[in-house]
Design a protein around this ligand. Structure first.
Ligand SMILES: *Cc1c(COP(=O)(O)O)cnc(C)c1O
Length: 403
């Protein structure tokens, strides 16, 4: 693992930091300290690398997308995180933090989940590592994601419904934080993306940077050079920062993140933090937040649950401010087009989150030189989204239930 940013007390420029109840400060200090040591600990890294290989199935392939390359007249390569065990990149982080928790002597894990993907990854990691696992989930999300609730329970997790507020992700986060304040002695909270209070954004980035490291080695081996651009979808930002981090100092490589443009420009109709957000504090960190003039955090919309979040990881906000990374939005419609594009052209059904990156591929490809080379991070597979796409496109799936 490599770290790319020098952090002053957990800040990326003016973004990041820690905005938490007093009781959590010593825990975050302990975690920061332990993580710094384990990052340089050969045994820990070897154990993590072995789990990535034997349990997750790493390294994931780098696939040359021949038909897309032909259509767009540029060399297009795919980093295949959809082939990770559990179907997305989230397991890289869940395993890393689970292992870290065990080293810290914690026996209990808590996490929150919206669509259930992070919950499933965490429950899998806990089953493997022999850790007790409690997952908080809004009851509204549970209703929408029953197959994932069942998966988590099969994996031995205690899934607790959260009935307050909007009964969705942000209420589950609040409940998980409340649990942590009361249980820090034996419990670690696995945050699922590169956000939250320091040290989470840096730690999650480091665990996910295996994506970018493998990409870098493989593209140099196969193509003899670095890519002109990297393309990744951005929810909280973990798959994108994991892909970008090992390339941050290569200024010739464009870093392009794609966020959810939803179904309109007005606040509430999208989750485009770079387009519509302003600096603010939300769920433990300072970052770009979709909020009104009074600092009231606004509702968001996206076709994909994983990109439907009002804030973004602080390192991304900083990379944009520095002009090092650029962020675009793909609408729900563009994402659906991207979903079909990759399915039909390459035989890979992507997650709806991932589909946003393919939604902007036509415009990005056109901006590259004619011998241009781009790598797209296929953050996850689309099996979980089939019922939703069928519903949106008016396709009758028969029993209406896929799992
Ligand atoms: C959760 C998820 C995302 C969004 O999260 P990031 O932290 O931004 O990576 C993207 N793709 C898939 C497949 C996901 O499950």
């Amino acid at each position: 693992m490599i770290t790319t940013q020098h952090i002053r007390d957990g800040y990326f420029g003016s973004f990041g930091g820690r905005f938490v109840p007093e009781t959590l400060v010593p825990v975050l200090d302990e975690l920061t300290h332990a993580y710094k040591q384990l990052r340089d600990d050969g045994d820990f890294q070897a154990e993590y690398a072995a789990l990535l290989r034997d349990f997750v199935g790493r390294p994931t392939p780098l696939t040359h997308a021949q038909e897309l390359s032909r259509r767009f007249g540029r060399a297009i390569w795919l980093k295949r995180e959809d082939l990770c065990h559990t179907g997305a990149h989230k397991i890289n982080n869940a395993l890393g933090q689970g292992l870290l928790a065990r080293k810290l002597g914690k026996t209990r894990i808590i996490a929150e989940t919206g669509a259930g993907q992070h919950g499933v990854a965490t429950a899998s990691a806990c089953a493997l590592l022999g850790l007790e696992c409690v997952i908080y989930m809004g009851v509204e999300d549970m209703r929408r994601q029953l197959p994932n609730v069942y998966r988590m329970r099969l994996l031995g997790a205690d899934v607790r419904g959260v009935d307050s507020g909007s009964k969705t992700l942000k209420d589950a986060v609040n409940e998980a934080l409340r649990d942590w304040v009361a249980s820090v002695a034996d419990t670690h909270y696995i945050i699922g993306s590169a956000l939250g209070p320091h040290p989470f954004p840096s730690m999650v980035r480091d665990f996910q940077s295996v994506i970018g490291q493998e990409t870098r080695e493989e593209i140099v081996r196969r193509c003899g050079r670095l890519p002109d651009a990297l393309l990744a979808c951005v929810g909280g930002g973990s798959n994108a920062i994991g892909m970008f981090a090992p390339f941050v100092h290569d200024s010739q490589v464009r870093l392009i993140g794609v966020e959810a443009g939803g179904n309109g420009e007005a606040l509430g109709q999208h989750a485009a933090r770079f387009a519509g957000g302003t600096p603010g504090v939300f769920q433990g960190m300072s970052s770009l937040v979709l909020q009104n003039e009074d600092g009231q955090v606004l509702g968001t919309h996206s076709i994909s649950a994983g990109l439907d979040y009002a804030a973004v990881g602080p390192e991304h906000a900083w990379l944009q401010e520095q002009g090092r990374a650029e962020y675009r939005r793909a609408s729900d419609q563009q994402a659906l087009a991207g979903f079909h594009l990759l399915s039909e052209a390459e035989g890979i059904i992507p997650a709806l989150e991932t589909s946003h990156a393919f939604g902007v591929l036509p415009e990005v490809a056109a901006e590259l030189p004619s011998n241009g080379l781009v790598v797209i991070n296929v953050s996850g597979r689309g099996d979980k989204d089939l019922a939703e796409v069928a519903r949106l496109e008016g396709v009758d799936m028969g029993n209406g239930e896929v799992s």
